[in-house]
Design a protein around this ligand. Structure first.
Ligand SMILES: *Cc1c(COP(=O)(O)O)cnc(C)c1O
Length: 340
């Protein structure tokens, strides 16, 4: 960061390219473009695909709302699809049922870092439907032998503080497609084509990530494996203690979980949440059931999403967590269950 400040080039400088090269490598994909947030990444992905009025985009009913918000914002229709309550991820069969001739894309989420059944989803849908990956919480995760964030026609990453690599705010779009990469590069920068005469062929936005923030991300990305291993150890420690009282998160055999969050499912979740908070332990619900929000209330029912929304509990999870912290969390949870 000091280097960036001394250089005077605070944005669009060499740190952007350096972080992008590391991301492309981590996701095993040709192009990575850093942007100002995960939401900006998703917005640019739907814009780059030219989605708009009359188009439908499948999104999971249980996800962080940005996944659907960006679709609504370009005038296309986010069509909610229920999740499998066991994996909390999009159900490929239900996606196939929800697809219509107007369906142009699906934004598939690896929720909390658990890799989605990618091949199952691809096989369930017609070739003409583009698969966009919301890998906001899945940097470092692997689906079989391939890194998440590099599976789709477009992939979207977030560097929000709740993700494994953070720049405070930040994100990236990945793609194997050179034309899409160029369109996104221009669109994040007002639409300017910096390769030639600085023409603006179509209007863009300012979704750039400053070099100061890229400098924050670079060393974290260099030790991504170390960060992920630490999270794997923490997840295993929770799982060992909680197997008798909660449904535990896991990845499919042969996959690697990205552990963006450690989210169990438990009966009478609200009671457990209250007990943790009374002990000064900051826990949270998992994420949102979109059909329960004013913006998406017209679509229902989604029993899988309802079940997750009512039962998911995100436990404290970060690499500074100590063994005694984890023990305290588990003691409170075990006491709540024993009390019933
Ligand atoms: C964090 C997250 C986002 C949004 O990313 P921001 O960087 O906060 O804009 C979108 N989708 C999912 C699944 C996320 O976890």
């Amino acid at each position: 960061m000091a280097q960036v400040l001394e250089s005077g080039q605070l944005t669009m400088g060499p740190k952007v390219a350096e972080l992008e090269a590391l991301l492309a490598e981590a996701c095993a994909v040709e192009h990575a473009l850093v942007v100002s947030s995960g939401t900006a990444a998703l917005h640019l992905a739907v814009l780059a695909l030219g989605l708009g009025p009359g188009d439908e985009v499948l999104v999971p009913a249980y996800t962080f709302p940005a996944t659907a918000n960006v679709v609504a914002h370009v005038g296309a229709k986010p069509v909610l699809v229920d999740v499998d309550p066991r994996t909390m991820n999009l159900d490929p069969e239900r996606a196939a049922t929800a697809a219509t001739p107007r369906t142009r894309a699906v934004i598939a989420v690896h929720l909390f870092g658990r890799p989605l059944d990618w091949e199952g989803l691809r096989d369930a849908l017609p070739e003409s439907i583009v698969l966009v990956e919301d890998a906001a919480g899945a940097l470092g995760a692997r689906r079989r032998d391939r890194p998440c964030g590099g599976l789709g026609h477009l992939g979207c990453l977030s560097f929000h503080p709740r993700k494994i690599v953070t720049t405070g705010e930040g994100g990236a779009v990945t793609t194997p497609d050179a034309d899409l990469a160029q369109r996104i590069r221009e669109m994040r920068d007002h639409g300017i084509d910096r390769r030639g005469d600085f023409e603006i062929a179509s209007p863009g936005l300012n979704y750039r990530l400053s070099d100061i923030l890229c400098a924050v991300g670079i060393p974290q990305l260099e030790r991504l494996e170390e960060l992920l291993s630490a999270r794997e150890r923490l997840a295993a420690a929770y799982s060992e203690r909680l197997s008798a009282v909660a449904e535990l998160p896991s990845a499919e055999e042969g996959d690697r979980h990205g552990w963006q969050a450690y989210v169990v499912q438990i009966d009478r979740r609200d009671e457990a949440l209250r007990a943790l908070r009374e002990e000064g332990i900051e826990a949270q619900i998992g994420t949102y059931a979109l059909h329960r929000l004013g913006a998406y209330r017209d679509q229902r029912p989604f029993p899988g999403a309802d079940r997750c929304y009512e039962r998911a509990l995100a436990l404290p999870f970060h690499t500074q967590l100590t063994e005694s912290d984890q023990q305290r969390v588990c003691e409170v949870l075990l006491a709540v269950v024993a009390d019933r």
